[in-house]
Ligand binder design. Structure first.
Ligand SMILES: [Zn+2]
Ligand SMILES: [Zn+2]
Length: 643
């Protein structure tokens, strides 16, 4: 058989071999660090025997798939440790996730955060015991019998739900056996030392709130100790920046039991939101978009035509008006399509770029809600572009440039992923070919690096996702560009071509921020609440040294206010040091301190978040420089020795 390796080289073998044997044949060093294999794109065990021509990639902890295997094996080690310490605990599921892994467990009595250390200590022993990990399969009835014997009801349920004829595999390490599809490392020792149990949460069995609440233990593992440490430092930093905590301290938004998942924006948060929306409108006007607003409630027949009623109903809120079913929109697309179809269109109208800051509602399970990051009501910075096939490339480039401009402004780096046709999809091969090529050629023309996710597109078209990287290295998927031939077909959209014939337009769905609410959550954490001056809800705080200077403070406030700067005065009878500290806590970019000297000379003393004491300034000059900073949206550098 011929094995084609990642670098294109080909190895030939006379007999079938395991992935591990092939890794050893390549080099002993590679075999030592190998975590899993990838055969023809599918992640497999090192134990998997290869017996025919294929492409093979050996995965280590440096690869996403290798690290996932390491983490998942660590989750079994954690489960084994738990069973040793709490024999009556029942195991549910324990997958690897983006930042680590978890295991859902039904404990006989609740455990506390302190118990995590105990579990970690037991895991250490299991790793040290260097237990070989073996895989075996069982027929369905024997698999069920084994899990019944071990009194693991959740595993029994999982097996019962597997489709008839599916191979049922188990992994055994020492006295511990777990139902699992794999892949896994070869030995518990290979889990190494770089793991950490991070938190406990509640999680419903199978994510369904009608089921029992289990205990989810979150943990992480890395290939190297330094990577674990960097991750834990990042977690600490993330805790300090938590947008729920800062949102409260800075008076930006709140949540209330009266509407779980429906955020309230407070006055300062509203300033922030409107500032972002103003910026969005300016940017899109410049890029040739028009703005529309479509209804929040539309009737059932529309959602049936769009396909949402059949495919998305579980996430939609519905209502009844005059005896008829209606839905509260989870997406803006059908409204956008009706707007397109409201008048005859010609090729001369295309591309037609219709933006909509649309408020959408989507049902999320209560356990999934998280501050502004996961809500049930949000504003999408949506747009639908209707165009001819020839316009795909230019339009995609236009959107990608727009997204680049926005992310760069906030200091985000980002990476791009292109997702292609999934197995279950609608439309002709030709359409898919043309659309995918359009996306690809646009990315190439822009010189953007991107990862291809084969088969990960939507059923109606391929897409490009933008994942931004925040100040502490976390990634967030925000922007998307999605190509769609289905909706124009479902709604029978048309335009008259240059040939006088009717043609069907192609549609792009795209967002830059994604959800404005979530983007605000990301911005709060990215800037740790210290927004650039143009975004800051209060840009200047005027602080009179005492009551005597209240009139002069008011005069300065008015001057700033007249210049369009967001300003407040602190007239309370507090010491100046106290007022300064409070303004600092509120992350106000500029403080203007006024006392006798300032009043006599008609000056202001400026303190900034960026450079500390900036000395006395003439108010007009201060305003002029401030306006420039705001208009250019520049984020001033913070001097290291800030007082
Ligand atoms: Zn497993
Ligand atoms: Zn859409």
């Amino acid at each position: 058989m011929k094995i084609t390796l990642k670098d294109g080289s080909v190895k030939e073998y006379a007999q079938a071999m395991s992935v591990l044997d092939i890794a050893s044949d390549i080099s002993a060093g590679l075999a030592r660090v190998a975590c899993a294999g990838e055969v023809d794109g599918e992640r497999v065990d090192l134990r998997t025997v290869v017996d025919k021509d294929c492409t093979l990639n050996i995965l280590t902890a440096k690869d996403e798939g290798g690290l996932a295997t390491l983490r998942h094996t660590a989750s079994h080690v954690m489960a084994q440790a738990i069973k040793r310490l709490y024999p009556e605990a029942k195991l549910a599921i324990g997958p690897s996730i983006a930042d680590g892994f978890y295991y859902d467990i039904d404990f006989a009595s609740p455990i506390a955060a302190e118990d995590l250390e105990k579990i970690e200590a037991e895991m250490k022993k299991i790793v040290k015991e260097a237990l070989p990990i073996e895989r075996f399969t069982l027929p369905r009835n024997e698999a069920i019998a084994l899990m019944k014997e071990k009194e693991e009801p959740y595993k029994v349920e999982l097996i019962e739900d597997l489709p008839e004829g599916e191979e049922i595999s188990f992994y055994r390490q020492g006295d511990f056996t777990d139902l699992c599809a794999g892949p896994h490392l070869m030995n518990t020792k290979e889990v190494g030392k770089a793991y950490k149990l991070t938190s406990i949460a509640g999680a419903y069995w199978r994510g369904d709130e009608h089921n029992k609440m289990l205990t989810r233990i979150y943990a992480t593992a890395f290939g190297k100790k330094e990577e674990l440490e960097a991750y834990l430092t990042m977690l600490e930093e993330a805790k300090k920046r938590d947008h729920r905590k800062l949102g409260k301290e800075l008076g930006l938004f709140m949540m209330h039991d009266a509407g779980p998942g429906f955020p309230f924006f407070l006055p300062k948060g509203m300033v922030l939101k409107n500032t972002l929306l103003d910026y969005w409108r300016q940017l899109h006007k410049k890029a040739g978009y028009v703005e529309i607003s479509t209804p929040i409630i539309l009737n059932r027949s529309l959602w049936e035509t769009s396909g949402h009623w059949d495919h998305y109903k579980n996430n939609m809120y519905t209502t009844v008006i005059d005896g008829q079913d209606y839905a509260i929109k989870p997406m803006n697309c059908p409204g956008g399509v009706l707007t397109y179809a409201s008048e005859p269109r010609s090729y001369r109208d295309l591309p037609l770029r219709m933006g909509e800051l649309g408020i959408v509602h989507r049902h999320e399970k209560s356990g999934q809600l998280h501050g502004l990051m996961r809500v049930r009501c949000f504003t999408q910075d949506d747009a639908h572009i209707f165009m001819t096939p020839e316009q795909i490339k230019d339009e995609i480039m236009g959107v990608a440039k727009l997204i680049n401009e926005v992310y760069t402004l906030f200091g985000f780096k980002y990476h791009v992923e292109l997702s292609t046709r999934p197995e279950d999809s609608m439309g002709s091969d030709e359409d898919w070919e043309m659309a995918t090529e359009g996306l690809r050629s646009a990315l190439d023309a822009l010189g953007l690096d991107y990862v291809v996710n084969e088969g990960d597109g939507a059923f109606y078209g391929p897409k490009i996702d933008f994942h931004l990287v925040d100040a502490i290295g976390r990634t967030w998927q925000c922007g998307t560009i999605q190509l769609d031939f289905q909706l124009p077909q479902r709604f029978e959209l048309e335009y008259q071509g240059a040939d006088g014939e009717k043609h069907r337009p192609i549609m792009i769905h795209r967002v830059v921020f994604g959800s404005i609410e979530r983007f605000i959550g990301i911005l709060i954490e990215h800037f740790a609440g210290a927004f650039p001056t143009w975004l800051a809800p209060v840009q200047v705080k005027v602080l009179p040294i005492s009551d005597k200077y209240a009139d002069y403070a008011e005069k300065v406030r008015k001057q700033l206010d007249d210049a369009g700067i967001r300003v407040e005065v602190d007239t309370r009878a507090e010491k100046i040091g106290y007022k300064i500290r409070e303004a600092q806590m509120q992350k106000v970019p500029y403080m203007v301190i006024v006392g006798q000297k300032e009043e006599e000379e008609g000056l202001v003393s400026v303190r900034s978040r960026f450079a500390g004491d900036e000395g006395q300034k003439n108010p007009e000059e201060f305003i002029k420089a401030l306006k420039e900073e705001i208009d250019s949206k520049i984020q001033r550098e913070v001097k290291a020795q800030e007082a």
